[in-house]
Ligand binder design. Structure first.
Ligand code: ISE
Length: 351
């Protein structure tokens, strides 16, 4: 059985997903690509042997597409996910599901109304599939450092791409930290505050770096610096400090060189090499679930709604000089919703 995938968005991530699905994921084939920039779509279509579509709507409706992967601009996600729901097609949407709580809530409600609770929407919080984060979570659950007390994390990029601002640092980048913190600690984030040191002179589009404080329901305090113009390399750190020790994610170095009485390490320029395994494992898990008709073990629309609620609270804190904001999660959303289990029906059109 092969799942025919249509990719919306042929930028950095759409191209990366298309290559991974075509070359490294069994049971998947890329049959369609759409992007408003036709040359980009054509390049990915030629590389993967897919058809090129001029619009996302046409791609979603195509009889050659069983399931859709959305890697377009964050602001286009909601409308495209709605198209997938209307055609009853499973969709893996890159994070954030949508930048606002209103849009995420609307998608959750529509999914419930259209499918009666069968999840068609999965969300690309790929860190949940990163072997390092998975091992870190397993160590915590084994209790090797006792109860977690605090988490110290960093999210550093080399440079920003044009078009963002201080809020999108949170809704596009910081949102990974929000999702992974709640997932690691298995506890919803209940209150947040936003802090800013002196800003770098190298980017006038936003406050950079930003320091986010996240307090989970279990009382663990997480402090994460999100620094998108760190220049030195792509770097993600996470240390959980427990009662009897600490567990830390291995640092994302590509190589270590020893010469001239010195040891030096090289960094990746962006997240793709660091999280290549995570993207592949996430896509494989999605495809396996579509083929077997089981619930995809990826982040759900409800998980994404919870993350966007926290992101929006951080933006509110930013706009009010760093006030502590309490988040009201109407239902427990972490973990439970993405548990395994048989679906009542398999996705349509899967060959
Ligand atoms: C980007 O959109 C990602 O998803 C990367 O994982 C993240 O590190 C980066 O900061 C985001 O801009």
């Amino acid at each position: 059985m092969t799942v025919r995938i249509g990719i919306i968005g042929a930028g950095i991530m759409g191209t990366d997903h298309a290559r991974t699905l075509q070359r490294s994921v069994s049971g998947a084939t890329v049959t369609a690509v759409a992007d408003p920039v036709q040359d980009r779509a054509r390049a990915v279509a030629v590389e993967t042997g897919a058809r090129c579509f001029s619009s996302a709507e046409e791609l979603i409706a195509s009889p050659f597409v069983d399931a859709v992967l959305i890697a377009s601009h964050d602001s286009a996600h909601a409308e495209q996910v709605i198209g997938c729901l209307e055609h009853r097609k499973p969709v893996l949407c890159e994070k954030p599901l949508a930048p606002t709580v209103r849009e995420c809530q609307d998608l959750v409600d529509r999914q419930n109304a259209i499918t009666g609770g069968i999840p068609l929407i999965s969300v690309g919080f790929m860190r949940r599939f990163h072997p390092g984060y998975r091992e870190l979570k397993a160590r915590l659950e084994e209790g090797v450092v006792g109860q977690a007390l605090m988490v110290l994390s960093s999210h550093r990029n080399v440079t920003t791409s044009p078009g963002g601002d201080s809020a999108s640092t949170i809704t596009n980048s910081g949102i990974h930290e929000i999702d992974i913190t709640a997932w690691l600690l298995n506890s919803a984030i209940e209150s947040v505050s936003w802090h800013a040191p002196r800003t770098t002179a190298l980017d006038s589009s936003r406050q950079d770096p930003q320091v986010l404080h996240l307090r989970t329901a279990d009382g663990v305090l997480t402090s994460v610096d999100v620094f998108l113009n760190a220049r030195y390399g792509y770097d993600v750190r996470c240390e959980v400090v427990g009662e009897t020790g600490t567990v830390e994610l291995a640092r994302p170095h590509l190589t270590t060189t020893s010469r001239g009485l010195t040891e030096s390490r090289s960094y990746a320029a962006d997240w793709r090499p660091v999280f290549a395994d995570a993207y592949r494992l996430q896509s494989q898990a999605w495809i396996d679930a579509l083929i077997s008709g089981t619930r995809p073990p990826l982040a759900t629309a409800e998980d994404a709604l919870a993350a966007t609620r926290v992101a929006q609270a951080l933006v509110a804190s930013m706009n009010s000089g760093g006030a502590t904001i309490t988040i009201n999660h109407p239902q427990p959303t972490v973990e439970g919703s993405s548990a395994g289990g048989k679906l009542e029906r398999t996705p349509t059109h899967v060959r």
